[in-house]
Each structure stands twice: as structure tokens, then as C-alpha cells.
Design a protein around this ligand. Structure first.
Ligand SMILES: Cc1cc2nc3c(=O)[nH]c(=O)nc-3n(C[C@H](O)[C@H](O)[C@H](O)COP(=O)(O)OP(=O)(O)OC[C@H]3O[C@@H](n4cnc5c(N)ncnc54)[C@H](O)[C@@H]3O)c2cc1C
Length: 384
């Protein structure tokens, strides 16, 4: 017989940055009896595998608005929820080597500026001065935003978890959700490895595992896991202070300082989706060739380690945020395709508003999963 656990007003599935941010914001707004159910350990999914980049430079206005709200929150994270996330606003530098990318980024920067983002186009020479580790010989132009940078993902998880618990949220770890019960169009409960939780409201914040959670509820969430690698180097003797998070846009190769060395990554554009699919065995060699061109000093030091995680990818690389049109009170916040860490605070606020039936702080209608059944998708171009 299934153990019956106490009723919850909301069950949030997934204890990564999205689930914990949503829990914190709901509890802060006075929502009682919120439960977060995490299959393993808090933050163990994509969140702990992220490069920690936080930025305002997007090509889609909704992402920019969510990123602006999120950046305000990252900047004040020490006060609310009250934890140091080691936010380093060293800038995000996109290096552009194709004229078509320069044209696209010029349009994006104009839109970003119109929404209050202090990004700007700069010359290759200025980019080289800002990022002394980058070779800019073939760079046509670059963009920079000095409010961007990176933060510590583990501290963000810990901060939101502590803040949520202090406000009464129950967090259950080591507890996979196995079923979502419904009676017609109404959710009635969530079945977990530790028992059944009666509830009428579910938030899916299961990152790369969201498709499976959707299937449990009969809701199609087109999210595929795609393996992505990150490596970090041994200490560099003359590591420049405050080097910007630097991205070679045409290859997706990126790096930023991490401790006394560098963290770097590059995605194989042909990487097939799937939890069981490994990287190409020679992928690090391919990355090394790009690094030799773009950041030759990186090759002077050894690689100290690395890891792979999963992007939670959608067909147009934009997130899925909303309430299911087929199952009321089934909310989803997933599919952020490589930029979900930085959007965590803003999306948590939006989920709070949707659950509370308030008009959300950012209009996310365009991020409904229903867009895939309509004629038009809306691709986000600034994806690395
Ligand atoms: C290599 C790499 C680099 C990245 N770099 C950046 C970056 O620089 N900036 C940025 O913004 N983003 C980055 N990202 C993306 C970012 O990590 C994700 O978008 C974000 O962390 C998603 O958070 P989440 O809470 O939605 O998902 P997750 O952190 O994956 O959390 C989902 C949780 O759900 C749990 N779960 C799954 N199934 C169940 C179940 N049945 N029952 C209960 N719990 C379940 C999982 O265990 C997991 O903990 C990167 C990702 C990778 C892989």
C-alpha cells in the first residue's frame, strides 16, 4: 500500500535552480505547504554542471526581460534570500568573425539597449584590450555588457534552499516522482518513492528529465537532453584579473576564469540527444584546435579536470514556461537550452505569479509549449 504523505498546496518536481527559486518565491509570497521533491540531491542535475554564466545579451525580448529581473536578483542575492553567490560582473564578450553575425548582433544590441541593457558593439582592438587571453586577429567586431559575468551555481542552490526552508517549504531529496494522478482534468496527487502527496497543483522543474514528467501527466513537453562538456585548467601564473566571460560565437568555444585557472567549453553541434550518448572521443582535440586559434595561452597549462552535463533543449532553444492548456494547474518551467541557470530568479517569480493566478511580472505567453503546434516558433540566436 502506498504511504500517504501530508497534503501540499503545490508540489514542485525538481530541486535545481528553477524548482528552488519557484519554491522560494511562492513561500515568500505567503503560499503555504509548498513541497519540493528531488529525485537525488539538490542541484545535482544541470544546475551543478553549468558554467555559471549570467548575462543580459539575448536576441529574444522575453529572454532579455527575464534576464533583467534575474540580474537584479543576482545583484541582491546577499540580501534576498541572503547568500553570497560570488557574482563576478566581469562582462560577457561575444567575438564575431562572420559579417552575418555582426549584422544580427547589431540588431540585438539595439533591442537590448531599448530595454535598458547596457550592451554595446565594440571593435576588435577594444575586445583584445578587455580580454588579453583572446586572439582577435580575425575578429570583425564584438559585443560586451559589463553587467554580465558569472556566479557560483552551488551557492545559488544552497541560498534558495535555505531561504525556502526558512519560509516553511518542505524539501524532500532522494525521492523520485513516479506518477502524477489526475481525475479527468484535475490533478489529485503526486506519487513518489516515499509515498503519495495529495495536491491539485504541480510545477514541473525537472530540467532535462521534463519530458518524462510531462508524460506522467499526459502533457507533451518537447525537451531533449543533450550532453555538453566543460573542462578546467591548472592554475595559470599570469592569469589576468577580471577577464570577461569570452565566447567565440562562430564555434561556441567559451572560457572564463575559475579560481586560479580557466573554465572552458565548446559544444559539438552534431551531438545527438540522449542521456546515454557519449561525446565524440576526439572532441577535446577538436576543442584544442579552436583554443589554439582563439586562446593560445590556454594550451600552456594542463587540464585539471572537467565534467559533462545535459542541456535541456527545445526545438527553438527557448524555454517553456506556462500552464498546460490540457491539464489545469500543471505548470512547467523547463527547456532553457543552456541559459537556465541565469534565468532562475526571474522564472521563479513568473511561476509564483502563475500558480497564484496573478498577471506574471514578465509576459511569457510566447514561451507557452503551445507555440509548437502553431505556425511560428521563435528561435533564440544567442545560444552557446
Ligand atoms: C555544461 C553546461 C554548461 C551550462 N552553462 C550555463 C551557463 O553558463 N549559464 C546558464 O544560465 N545556464 C547554463 N547551463 C544550463 C543550466 O545548467 C540549466 O538551464 C539549468 O541549470 C536548468 O535548471 P533546472 O532547475 O531547470 O534543471 P536541473 O538543475 O537539471 O534540475 C532538475 C532536477 O529534477 C530532478 N528530477 C528529474 N527527474 C525527477 C523525478 N522523476 N522526480 C524528482 N526529481 C526529478 C533532477 O534530479 C534534477 O535535480 C549549462 C548547462 C550545462 C550542461
Amino acid at each position: 500500500m502506498t504511504t500517504e504523505l501530508p497534503r501540499a498546496s503545490v508540489v514542485i518536481i525538481g530541486g535545481g535552480v528553477m524548482g528552488l527559486s519557484a519554491a522560494f518565491h511562492l513561500a515568500e509570497a505567503g503560499y503555504a505547504d509548498v513541497v519540493v521533491v528531488e529525485a537525488d540531491q539538490l542541484g545535482c542535475g544541470s544546475t551543478s554542471k553549468a558554467a555559471g554564466g549570467v548575462r543580459l545579451q539575448f536576441s529574444d525580448a522575453v529572454n532579455i526581460e527575464l534576464a533583467l529581473r534575474s540580474m537584479d536578483a543576482w545583484e541582491r542575492f546577499g540580501e534576498r534570500p541572503g547568500f553570497d553567490v560570488d557574482l563576478r560582473q566581469v562582462g560577457y564578450l561575444f567575438l564575431l568573425t562572420e559579417q552575418s553575425d555582426v549584422d544580427t548582433f547589431e540588431r540585438s544590441v539595439a533591442m537590448q539597449n531599448s530595454l535598458g541593457v547596457p550592451s554595446r558593439m565594440i571593435s576588435a582592438a577594444e575586445a583584445g584590450a578587455l580580454a588579453p587571453l583572446a586572439n582577435v586577429d580575425d575578429v570583425l567586431a564584438a559585443t560586451i555588457c559589463m553587467r554580465d559575468g558569472h556566479a557560483n551555481t552551488g551557492a545559488a542552490v544552497e541560498g534558495y534552499a535555505q531561504g525556502a526552508r526558512a519560509l516553511g517549504v518542505r524539501i524532500i531529496t532522494g525521492c523520485p516522482v513516479t506518477a502524477i494522478e489526475r481525475d479527468g482534468d484535475a490533478i489529485t496527487g503526486v506519487v513518489t518513492a516515499k509515498g503519495r502527496i495529495p495536491t491539485d497543483t504541480v510545477v514541473c522543474a525537472a530540467g532535462p528529465w521534463s519530458r518524462v514528467i510531462g508524460e506522467m501527466a499526459g502533457v507533451d513537453l518537447p525537451v531533449d537532453p543533450v550532453r555538453r562538456p566543460v573542462w578546467f585548467t591548472e592554475p595559470m601564473v599570469d592569469l589576468p584579473h577580471d577577464h570577461p566571460f569570452t565566447i567565440d560565437f562562430s564555434t561556441g568555444f567559451y572560457f572564463h576564469d575559475e579560481g586560479k585557472g580557466l573554465l572552458f567549453g565548446m559544444a559539438d553541434p552534431d551531438q545527438p540527444a540522449g542521456f546515454d550518448v557519449e561525446l565524440r572521443p576526439d572532441w577535446l582535440e577538436v576543442v584544442g584546435e579552436v583554443a589554439m586559434r582563439r586562446a593560445p595561452k590556454l594550451l600552456d597549462v594542463g587540464i585539471a579536470g572537467g565534467w559533462t552535463g545535459f542541456y535541456e533543449t527545445t526545438p527553438d532553444h527557448n524555454g517553456l514556461i506556462g500552464e498546460s492548456s490540457s491539464l489545469p494547474r500543471f505548470f512547467y518551467a523547463t527547456g532553457f537550452s543552456g541559459h537556465g541557470f541565469l534565468l532562475g530568479p526571474g522564472v521563479g517569480e513568473v511561476i509564483r505569479d502563475l500558480v497564484m493566478r496573478r498577471s506574471p511580472v514578465v509576459d511569457i505567453t510566447a514561451f507557452s509549449v503551445d507555440r509548437f503546434s502553431a505556425a511560428e516558433i521563435r528561435p533564440e540566436h544567442n545560444v552557446i
